[in-house]
Design a protein around this ligand. Structure first.
Ligand SMILES: [Zn+2]
Length: 176
């Protein structure tokens, strides 16, 4: 678990897509149980958003991460649904069993839908996070060590390193 957190903090594309597919795929499966229409697209949007969120700071990759998480999240969700089906938690909607070609078409449509949804979620999250990213970057600028480094001894005027208490040149105590 601690390893997962550490991985997430690295914010790499693969890690982000992995996080997105777990969250998005699980969500899709949960929504799928409730027979919600567009369950997998909703899961893909949120999964894509999660993926982009994990990539915080790498805005350009947000959509890619979202698409990747949607791409892999879909089979992941089918896997979860299948397991739930085996254990009787999930009962597929009753009615005539659709033909294999209908199921195949449905899977392809859902895959494409998820790709778009994942990209949308990734882009939405990236742009939502963008203002705070620039804000944080600009807030970090003044806090850079530059002003602290240009300290000078109150007595002899020698340049001192940050945090120096006693001037190495004249021995004067510096106010903090
Ligand atoms: Zn001095």
């Amino acid at each position: 678990m601690a390893n997962l957190v550490k991985m997430a903090k690295n914010r790499e594309l693969g890690t982000a897509a992995f996080g997105g597919l777990i969250v998005g795929g699980t969500l899709t499966a949960v929504l799928g149980i409730t027979d919600l229409p567009l369950a997998s697209a909703i899961g893909a949007v949120i999964g894509g958003g999660i993926a982009a969120y994990l990539l915080y700071g790498k805005i350009g990759q947000g959509a890619t991460a979202g698409m990747l998480s949607a791409l892999f999240g879909y089979p992941f969700s089918i896997g979860i649904l299948y397991i739930l089906l085996i254990f009787g938690v999930y009962t597929p909607p009753s009615g005539p069993t659709p033909s294999m070609s209908t199921i195949q078409a449905g899977v392809i449509v859902e895959f494409l839908l998820n790709l778009v949804a994942g990209a949308v979620g990734g882009l939405a999250m990236s742009s939502a996070r963008r203002p705070s990213a620039t804000l944080e970057a600009s807030a970090e600028m003044p806090a850079s060590p530059e002003p602290r480094q240009s300290r000078y001894c109150v007595q002899c005027g020698a340049q001192l390193q940050a945090g120096t208490l006693i001037c190495p040149h004249c021995g004067a105590r510096q106010p903090q």
